[in-house]
Write a protein that binds this ligand. Structure first.
Ligand code: ATP
Ligand code: MG
Length: 750
């Protein structure tokens, strides 16, 4: 299926067609002041991707205009990241510092044109003169300096006659511009500091806006793609290039939305704080969202590129669920890596009736339905280890693994049954005496014994001791605000896990699925043959938040496969067809389509609701979250609500009769009372408020109460819009139409 174009591709194609550019040249321009993170991966994906798509090229340029924060080790990390992701830059690496001489000449040209001047007021005065959003600024008295005076002052700045901050060079643009950035922006400042490339050659350094536009021009860049926070800088970008009257073609700036992911932080400054404060073990700590961290954790470059592609290129900032990133790596590894057995928390089992010396079982590394083939000889013997929680003396209902009454299959091996439990003086189980069924071998089972699941295990005499590092989310809060939000359990080290010998001896791969545990990666740094170390890449399914049940399908083949807890099996052809339809036709995202397609109850529910109301995305959302939770907790027959009613509920959301938030409240009542959604809404007066006058009055009250925030907002802190929206929604008990609230607030806040 052909993918639709994103807005950047549309612009690029138009520019090629009109002949504006002969070749598409982009650049990825990081500041080498920290290791790149997955947000940078998105920028790399876009810049290098566009160049590749249109047979152009992309430069890698270090934006090194701030001598005090930059370092060559960061340059190396940036190079590594780009190469590892699979991209190649054109020619040498570029550095803005390569252009310092040219940029300096352009500054002199602007001074000569009367378009730039040396200002000598202090910082505070400068801020004061700048004005506010509602008030025009004023030029300082130094703006009257003549061209000759300015040239002289600027030259003396360059020669190092002044201290840091004594003078600056400013562009002479417009002190009353509505765009505060255009009020005579700084072009050069004095910094007596050694630069990691130019040493002490310069003590004046160009500011971002000035250096960036010119570097783009010097390199012949056609499309200068950056993130949204530079939107207001675009006017300066254009002003610099237009005013200098450069030979065309010249580059233009285009902005896209920054990538944000929950449960983590995404700014080099914050990452540096974590590294410096030793909250993590260096820039490549697998818990960090740095490229180096993800790589060390075991992410593949393909999975990251796929993720960047999937989140899309948009003009509105949004937060992506980290579960989506995890989904991508799982999907990537599912059919690629060998499946092996590793016991993290061993419990010894002695098979009392096993009298052989031991044997080797033939065990495939891959399930039948993946194209990859390969197998190993799996040692089996009288003493084995299983996972401690795969045995329960007093099992809860629905426990499918080994119990005193219930036999279980050893994956690739025999069925075993518990005969005796051995405990220490504290009552802790130290060993299980069990029997195996000689005729029950996997693949040629003639025992007739029924089991409900298969568990992983290792043979005691040949298993290797390994270290396993289990990673969890770095922060426990969805939108972390400070170090205090760090998750204290983000790293758990198990030093005495037991793994089957082939993994260590034969090393069939670097990445593995440890059966029922998740995906793991041989740590590229700490792994030695004496002490193998494996990092957990990701679990087999999302164990956080939205816990939707993945009902595992019993295989259609004659030989019935046991259900394995937590293992994500490949889809059946029917499920795949559903998945395809959900994704392509109904435009559901992959994760939701996956959940629905794999769960017959959920998809049946969804299909019924869809017949009543064609609103696939909203229906799928509530069904894979709220409805799935209820089905899981009770059973599908004891539900008090019907697909019909869910459709009715969503119809009210679609028609903006109620908000999404209210819909959740209504749902909770439907679950307990079984009442009709419409009745609940009427009875409880939950109708959405869409009357602009009504909302307007509430907004006025909220603004009055939060006058200080209003000023901050008007002074440029646009993030406070969210604060105001929240306050208005709260004041209406969540009933105000959020879209309308937004619109009206934007008008009123000015
Ligand atoms: P940080 O705030 O993490 O330091 P930055 O924007 O200062 O990021 P730069 O090194 O200046 O980082 O960025 C290089 C390029 O990567 C820029 O074009 C920037 O817009 C882009 N970029 C940085 N962070 C993100 C992100 N989260 N999503 C998408 N692009 C990003
Ligand atoms: Mg930065």
């Amino acid at each position: 299926m052909k993918k639709s174009k994103n807005f950047l591709q549309t612009i690029v194609e138009k520019d090629l067609q009109s002949g504006k550019y002969k070749e598409i040249i982009t650049r990825f321009p990081p500041e080498p002041n920290g290791f790149p993170h997955i947000g940078h991966a998105k920028s790399i994906f876009i810049n290098f991707g566009i160049a590749r798509d249109y047979n152009g090229h992309c430069n890698l340029r270090m934006d090194d205009t701030n001598p005090t924060k930059e370092d060559t080790k960061y340059v190396e990390a940036l190079k590594d990241a780009v190469l590892w992701l699979g991209y190649r830059w054109e020619g040498n690496i570029h550095f803005t510092s390569d252009y310092f001489t040219q940029i300096h000449e352009y500054a002199i040209k602007l001074i000569t044109m009367g378009k730039a001047y040396v200002d000598s007021v202090d910082e505070e005065k400068m801020r004061e003169l700048r004005g506010t959003v509602t008030e025009a600024g004023k030029r300082s008295k130094y703006a009257k300096r003549t061209v000759a005076e300015n040239l002289d002052m600027f030259e003396r700045m360059r020669k190092g006659e002044f201290k840091d901050g004594e003078h600056v060079l400013r562009a002479k643009i417009d002190m009353s511009s509505a765009n505060m950035k255009m009020r005579d922006p700084l072009m050069y400042r004095i910094r007596h500091a050694e630069h990691f490339r130019t040493g002490n050659k310069w003590c004046i350094y160009p500011m971002y806006d000035f250096a960036h536009s010119l570097s783009d021009y010097i390199e012949g860049v056609s499309h200068s793609i950056c993130t949204l926070e530079f939107e207001n800088n675009r006017d300066i970008y254009n002003w610099v290039l237009d005013t200098l009257d450069l030979t065309p073609p010249r580059p233009y700036q285009h902005e896209f939305a920054r990538l944000g992911i929950n449960y983590t932080v995404m700014s080099k400054r914050k990452l540096l704080e974590l590294v410096k404060g030793k909250y993590v073990n260096g820039w490549d700590d697998p818990r960090l969202p740095t490229i180096a961290g993800l790589r060390r954790k075991g992410y593949t470059p393909e999975s990251i590129v796929t993720f960047c592609d999937k989140v899309g290129i948009a003009k509105a900032n949004s937060m992506v669920d980290i579960a989506q990133l995890e989904f991508t790596i799982r999907a990537d590894l599912n059919t690629k890596v060998p499946r092996v057995m590793c016991v993290l928390n061993p419990l010894k089992i002695t098979l009392v009736n096993y009298r052989e010396k031991g044997e080797k079982l033939d065990a495939s590394y891959y399930p039948d339905d993946v194209p990859k083939k390969g197998s190993r000889a799996l040692p089996f013997s009288r003493e084995i280890y299983i996972e401690r929680d795969d045995f329960e003396e007093n099992p809860p209902k629905g426990y499918f693994r080994l119990t005193p009454e219930q036999p279980v299959r050893l994956k690739h091996g025999y069925i075993i049954a518990c005969k005796e439990i051995i405990k220490d003086i504290n009552g802790c189980i130290t060993e299980i005496k069990a029997e195996y069924y000689p005729t029950s071998q996997s693949g040629s089972d003639s025992s007739g014994i029924k089991v409900k699941s298969a568990i992983h295990w290792v043979s005691a005499d040949t298993a290797k001791r390994v270290e396993v590092r289990l990673y969890d989310r770095l922060y426990s809060s969805e939108i972390p605000e400070s170090i205090e939000d760090l998750n204290p359990n983000s790293l758990k080290v198990i030093t005495d896990a037991l793994i089957e010998p082939a993994v260590v001896n034969e090393k069939p791969d670097e990445r593995f699925q440890f059966e029922r545990q998740g995906y793991f990666y041989a740590d590229p740094i700490d792994y030695t043959d004496e002490k193998p170390v494996y990092n957990k890449i990701v679990g087999l399914k999302d164990s956080w938040g939205k816990k939707t049940k993945v009902t595992l399908q019993k295989s259609q083949t004659k030989e019935k496969k046991e259900q394995i807890d937590g293992e994500v099996v490949a889809m059946t052809p029917e499920q795949e067809k559903l998945f395809d339809r959900y994704k392509k036709e109904l435009k559901l995202n992959s994760e939701i389509a996956n959940t629905l397609a794999r769960d017959a109850d959920l998809s049946a529910f969804f299909e019924m609701a869809l017949k009543v109301l064609y609103s696939p995305i909203n229906l799928a959302n509530i069904i894979t979250n709220e409805v799935a939770r209820e089905i899981k907790q009770s059973s599908k027959d004891s539900l008090k609500f019907t697909p019909n009613q869910i459709a009715e509920l969503i119809e009210m959301v679609d028609k903006a009769t109620i908000s999404n938030k209210i819909a959740k409240q209504v749902f909770e009542e439907m679950v307990t009372s079984g009442a009709n959604p419409k009745e609940i809404v009427e009875k409880r007066g939950l109708l959405q408020i869409s009357d602009p006058d009504h909302i307007g009055r509430v907004i006025d009250e909220v603004i009055e109460k939060n006058y200080e925030n209003l000023e901050k907002f008007r002074a440029g802190n646009k993030k406070l819009l969210g604060f105001f929206v929240g306050q208005v929604l709260k004041a209406t008990g969540g009933k105000a139409n959020p879209k309308l609230v937004n619109q009206l607030l934007v008008q009123k806040l000015g």
